[in-house]
Design a protein around this ligand. Structure first.
Ligand code: SF4
Length: 160
């Protein structure tokens, strides 16, 4: 979820990163207003593994999700971390499925971008009552997912 566009839309380049080299590895390096970043989902991710692990960007090296931090500090067990990951991935899959039901096929964009595209598309309540119900389910499931990602995985603002 850290690399597949579920948790992040971009990864900012840090001192020590060489954007041109990372780009040559096949990573989607972009530049906006002089700031380099890497688009997510990451093109270096293949079957849940990083294919550029030894040369991955600095931010990827520094980031440990909350579950890993709690596991390493002994606050939770590996089984508890895995249970949380499985539960959250089920929410992700539900969101993905509902987005497809709303008519937006998988297109390789980050989850939040795809959700926002669906959510900003007008629905005719009289003509499309089933779609209204699916959209309501999507909105509620996405709300739960965002809360869970913030509470259990992403680092609080200001974290190193
Ligand atoms: S470079 Fe590797 S660790 Fe970094 S986002 Fe891509 S797959 Fe994940």
């Amino acid at each position: 979820m850290c690399c597949d566009g579920t948790m992040f839309q971009i990864v900012r380049m840090q001192p020590g990163d060489v954007p041109a080299e990372l780009g040559r590895l096949g990573l989607k390096i972009r530049c906006r207003d002089g700031e380099y970043f890497m688009e997510q989902p990451c093109s270096g991710l293949q079957e849940k593994r990083c294919t550029v692990y030894e040369r991955r960007p600095v931010r990827c090296r520094l980031f440990n999700c909350q579950q890993l931090g709690r596991l390493e500090s002994g606050e939770i067990t590996e089984a508890e971390a895995m249970a949380m990951i499985i539960e959250t991935r089920a929410l992700v899959e539900k969101v993905r499925g509902l987005i497809v039901q709303c008519g937006l096929r998988e297109d390789g964009q980050a989850l939040v971008e795809r959700y926002e595209r669906v959510a900003s598309t007008p629905v005719n309540e009289a003509l499309e009552p089933e779609l209204v119900a699916v959209r309501a389910d999507l909105e509620e499931t996405m709300r739960k997912l965002k809360l869970q990602l913030n509470r259990e995985f992403r680092l609080p603002p200001g974290s190193p």
